[in-house]
Design a protein around this ligand. Structure first.
Ligand SMILES: [Zn+2]
Length: 174
């Protein structure tokens, strides 16, 4: 799965703050959640890719973690019996939360991340949100079209019979 959204702007921002130097390499983001919602290759339903090398309670894996080079991902569908272990990050299926508005793509790692984006687009506070640190990745185009994207997110949830509240349940059952 290839996700480069927002990379440049983040690099610029950190580069300026740290004065350029070596630090920007560290922030040349390879940071990802330990649980990623992906499309099930078998039924196209919601499957969850879990980084099994990360502690169960850690939300993110950072660029220095060894699991980038290994094959720590286990993918399990929430809707059918599909299950596959031993995948590396680059071979997990495509993200489940991909939403298009006039050809512009909004995506999220998982429901919690989508929830943060949704709150942000609706001018709700994301202070203290587990994904607040990913606010820097929210595209200018998403912000510009915030109403349309916010509606499209609601529609996406409806279509797939998901809600931000059911997130915890889905995760417990996998
Ligand atoms: Zn499935």
């Amino acid at each position: 799965m290839e996700i480069r959204s927002g990379k440049l702007s983040v690099r610029k921002r950190y580069g300026r703050r740290s004065g350029g130097g070596i630090n920007h390499v560290r922030y040349d983001h390879k940071r990802r959640p330990t649980k990623i919602d992906v499309v099930c290759p078998s039924c196209e339903g919601l499957a969850i890719a879990t980084d099994t090398e990360e502690a169960a309670d850690s939300v993110f894996a950072c660029d220095l973690d060894p699991s980038w080079k290994g094959t720590p991902f286990s993918v399990k569908c929430t809707e059918c019996t599909y299950k596959k272990d031993g995948l590396d990050y680059f071979h997990i299926p495509k993200p489940f939360h991909e939403i298009y508005v006039y050809g512009e793509r909004l995506w999220a790692w998982n429901l919690q991340h989508l929830d943060m984006i949704y709150c942000f687009l609706n001018d709700e506070s994301i202070k203290g949100h587990a994904y607040a640190s990913l606010q820097t990745y929210i595209h200018g185009k998403w912000k510009k079209g915030r109403l349309k994207f916010s509606k499209a997110i609601s529609q996406h949830l409806l279509t797939h019979n998901l809600s931000f509240d059911t997130d915890a349940q889905v995760r417990r059952s996998t």
